[in-house]
Write a protein that binds this ligand. Structure first.
Ligand code: S3P
Length: 178
């Protein structure tokens, strides 16, 4: 099987990108990266603190640098933050450097899976549903346009999502973009 040498997981908050990235990396025997974790490792502070001090714009600059650095690696599965696709440069970079997989989720699933919001500055609101809906509506087209392939994760375990993604990756290995 010829696989691309990088896989990027995109999608809304709560779609399971970080857990699925770890599982895919384990199966492929590749490294795993996470844009949020990379921002935190490079700054030594959590994302909430960056939003507080530098606003979303500051975070997006750091997120772009983290994505660029992670995508220098080969044989890596990279989980990205839900807003990564807002940046045109990020969209182009991911499509040029690897296979982009969209993990999609309904608003209902996103609400259920984001109960713990401490590390999610975009969700520090009393009612998460309208906030998640608004972000998803604004981003849905960009997710679709950026992804080479997409799958729904609603009601599915990490293992099941990884099973399907492995099948898709094998079937679409000829998508190899680099
Ligand atoms: C964000 C999603 C978060 C994180 C930041 C902003 C967003 O990542 O990057 O809080 O704008 O959707 P997750 O999708 O991993 O929660």
């Amino acid at each position: 099987m010829e696989t691309p040498s990088r896989i990027f997981l995109i999608g809304p908050m709560g779609a399971g990108k970080s857990s699925v990235a770890r599982e895919l990396a384990r199966r492929l025997a590749w490294d795993v990266g996470d844009s949020d974790a990379e921002v935190q490792a490079r700054t030594g502070v959590d994302i909430g603190f960056i939003f507080e001090k530098e606003g979303e714009a500051g975070f997006r600059l750091r997120e772009h640098a983290a994505l660029r650095a992670l995508s220098e690696h080969d044989r890596i599965v990279i989980a990205t933050g839900g807003g990564i696709i807002v940046g045109e440069e990020n969209r182009a970079l991911m499509r040029e450097r690897g296979l982009v997989l969209l993990l999609d989720a309904t608003i209902e699933t996103q609400v259920k899976r984001t109960r713990v919001t401490a590390h999610r500055p975009a969700l520090q609101v009393t009612d998460r549903e309208p906030q998640l809906r608004e972000m998803y509506q604004a981003r849905a087209e960009l997710y679709q346009a950026t992804a080479h392939l997409s799958i729904a994760t609603d009601g599915r375990r990490v293992r099941e999502v990884a099973d399907e993604l492995m099948r898709l990756i094998e079937a679409h290995a000829n998508l190899r973009p680099i």
